[in-house]
Design a protein around this ligand. Structure first.
Ligand code: NAP
Length: 250
């Protein structure tokens, strides 16, 4: 069996996750491309990796479902028998709204996917990476957001709060497993040009807000991927519990 390390990227089929998958494959990782529903996009990422000589597979699964998460990790076990990296990237926004307009259903969906999904995936990863469970270490990168710091008033305070939870989870879990060879870090993207803005009802959000960004432009998914790959690599071997802003100064 190939000894190349294995990376699981949740929501790896589009946007930032897809850029992470492609960059990771370039650096020698075998990549598991998780997706929720758009199989064609996931298979496209897999095909691009294979065409370039890399190894990848797509696995469907909703991180809002514990059953799907267990099946996803079982599939990684079956296919590769090891897990060295996890990028908790899958995440959602919702339509712009004030808190006094938000329904229970909206809030539960937001927290289930963005917070609980990431925590359950990290749990499964630590169960495979920590020597307490027979693993040999690993690295997890959680995708937070500058919204965690800015609060996103009148847009999506629920989303911002879910990402603040990711920041605290990153620090706590990092300290919990630091002596076990498992590093946990986070990246806070600023405004990145992906489809997520269209899913929140504002397809031109990234260009519209460009003038509010100190660097005067949105970031690219690749610029986030490069930061994620750094935190996954041995180049950051003494870095854990860190939260890296990749936001053009925002
Ligand atoms: P995106 O373009 O909307 O892509 C989302 C990806 O996540 C897709 O691959 C999608 O798969 C998958 N996904 C969505 N819900 C899922 C679920 N329940 N289970 C599994 N996969 C799911 O998003 P993005 O802009 O790349 O954002 C990626 C991460 O970066 C998110 O955590 C987001 O909060 C964070 N972020 C983004 C920005 C930004 O400006 N873009 C800024 C800060 C933080 P399908 O195609 O199958 O639905």
């Amino acid at each position: 069996m190939s000894e190349r390390p294995v990376l699981l990227v949740t929501g790896g089929s589009r946007g930032i996750g897809a850029a992470v998958c492609l960059a990771a494959a370039e650096q020698g990782w075998r990549v598991v491309v998780n997706y929720a529903s758009n199989e064609a996009a996931a298979q496209d990422v897999v095909a691009r990796i294979r065409d370039a000589g890399g190894e990848a597979m797509a696995v469907k699964g909703d991180v809002g479902s514990e059953m799907d998460i267990l099946a996803l990790f079982a599939e990684v076990d079956r296919a590769y028998g090891r897990l060295d990296g996890l990028v908790n990237n899958a995440g959602i926004v919702d339509r712009a709204a004030r808190v006094d307009e938000m329904s229970l259903e909206r809030l539960e969906r937001m927290m289930r996917i963005n917070i609980i999904g990431s925590m359950l995936c990290a749990r499964e990863a630590v169960r495979r990476m920590s020597p307490r469970h027979g693993g040999r270490g690993g690295a997890i990168v959680n995708i937070s957001s500058m919204a965690a710091v800015l609060g996103s008033p009148s847009q999506y305070v629920d989303y911002a709060a879910s990402k603040a939870a990711i920041d605290t989870f990153t620090v706590g879990l990092a300290r919990e497993v630091a002596s076990e060879g498992v590093r946990i870090n986070a990246v806070r993207p600023g405004i990145i040009d992906t489809d997520i803005h269209a899913s929140g009802g504002e397809p031109d959000r990234a260009t519209r807000l460009a003038s509010t960004i100190p660097m005067q432009r949105p970031g690219t998914a690749r610029e986030i991927a490069d930061a994620v790959l750094h935190l996954l690599s041995p180049a950051s071997s003494y870095t854990t519990g860190a939260i890296l802003n990749v936001s053009g100064g925002r």
